[in-house]
Design a protein around this ligand. Structure first.
Ligand SMILES: [Zn+2]
Length: 416
């Protein structure tokens, strides 16, 4: 898989997570009957099944017949889902939601949703039965799901680790044999200096190897790298290109850090906070800059649902830009004369009635579909990358409000 394809998949997975979470937040049970289970990746599925079976038999004591039935149905449905898994859940674990939700008019509807491999690991097993689903832990995960590499070093020691979301994870350390600045009496000054430089060079190589071993395998998921230490150590280390070139390209900044033990990793994150926050928006900003530039200086840009869709089908879109906050559905309307037109509506609004713009006949609505999924499916078929754009900056907000949340950077001019 190419880097771009991997990033698109990652974006898409996050989008799908967000969507399910939004949906789950809305649901209510009429009693304490909605079940949520968080399962860490190292929890055996058979243990979970045993736990669910236990809850099922305890639920027999629930006084309200309706609640009892609903809880037991939810647990049975969860057990059915668990059958699809082998010994352990997928990487990072999974979360299952099941229960009878209020469907309006005194009716309930049984729903079950499974979210596999969230962006950060599920930390502990949780069984939760309440009048709503437990979504907060997943929401926190979505809010801070970045992965950053950390390197702190001076000439005596070094530590490398991760920043995963808001959590610092020290991984490896090394200490050097670089002699101090004080040479022993009788030693040639020149020889001493040369040996010392060699030792420093060796140590930088060792630190780089340590960082490479840890971070190169994760380079496609990595959002950036922070390097910390006293001057001139960190500068020498970066200027000397010791790191693998793909990691070197991911360095977001270097920061003055007094300590280079594990505590230095935490200092580094504090000092690098601003660079980290900016980084999340940098790529989105670049995409929007390019879009506006294309829009103003040529015609290699498109926006709005209809024209973008048309361009996508032609295969002329290089990158599809979708607002992260886009919450619309698309409805195909078909008239008796065989004309099909697509209209977009807010996700929770009712389907309007529509006349065909070509022949004026009343058109029948077809199946509603999420705009994002509709467009991404066409994009996938045409080899077009999709980028999700945050609304946390001016041009990102403009994409949502002025361009309907949908735009494209074109490969060539199409006149559409
Ligand atoms: Zn028609």
């Amino acid at each position: 898989m190419s880097i771009d394809a991997a990033e698109t998949n990652e974006d898409r997975r996050k989008y799908e997570f967000r969507k399910v979470l939004e949906e789950l937040e809305e649901f209510e049970g009429s009693g304490t009957q909605l079940v949520t289970i968080y399962i860490p990746e190292d929890r055996q599925v058979s243990d979970v099944v045993a736990h669910v079976t236990q809850e099922h038999s305890e639920a027999a004591n629930i006084k309200s017949k309706q609640t009892r039935t609903n809880v037991q149905d939810a647990l049975t449905s969860i057990k059915d889902r668990l059958r699809y898994y082998d010994t352990f859940p997928p990487e990072n674990g999974m979360v299952i939601f099941s229960g009878a939700i209020n469907a309006g008019g005194g009716q309930t509807e049984m729903i079950t949703r499974t979210l596999e491999s969230p962006p950060n690991p599920v930390e502990s097993f949780r069984y939760h039965c309440d009048s709503d689903f437990l979504v907060e832990p997943l929401e926190h995960m979505m809010a801070d799901s970045g992965l950053f590499g950390l390197v702190v070093l001076d000439r005596r020691e070094a530590n490398v680790g991760w920043l995963k979301g808001k959590r610092v994870e020290p991984v490896k350390s090394a200490s050097s044999l670089v002699p101090g600045k004080q040479r022993k009496g009788g030693q040639s000054a020149q020889r001493f200096a040369r040996l010392r430089l060699e030792a420093i060079d060796n140590f930088y190589q060792e630190v780089a190897e340590m960082a490479d071993d840890l971070m190169v395998p994760k380079r496609h998921e990595l959002d950036g790298i922070l390097v910390g230490g006293p001057s001139p150590t960190k500068d020498e280390f970066l200027d000397g290109d010791y790191l693998h070139h793909e990691l070197q390209d991911k360095v977001l900044g270097k920061f003055d850090i007094a300590y280079t033990d594990e505590s230095g990793l935490y200092d580094l994150v504090d000092k690098g906070q601003e660079a980290l926050a900016d980084q999340e928006l940098v790529e989105d900003k670049n995409q929007m800059e390019e879009f506006f530039e294309n829009l103003h200086t040529g015609n290699q840009a498109t926006y709005g649902f209809g024209p973008t869709r048309e361009n996508l089908i032609m295969g002329s879109v290089d990158r599809l830009l979708l607002s992260e906050d886009l919450t619309e559905d698309v409805i195909p309307f078909e008239c008796p004369n065989g004309h099909t037109e697509y209209e977009t509506v807010e996700r929770r609004h009712t389907t309007p009635s529509q006349d065909c713009s070509e022949c004026g006949e009343a058109a029948d609505p077809g199946e509603r579909e999420d705009v994002v999924e509709h467009l991404m499916e066409i994009a996938d078929q045409r080899g077009t990358d999709t980028k999700f754009i945050s609304t946390d900056f001016e041009k990102g907000e403009q994409l949502l409000n002025a361009f309907g949340g949908v735009a494209g950077i074109l490969r060539y001019e199409t006149g559409v």
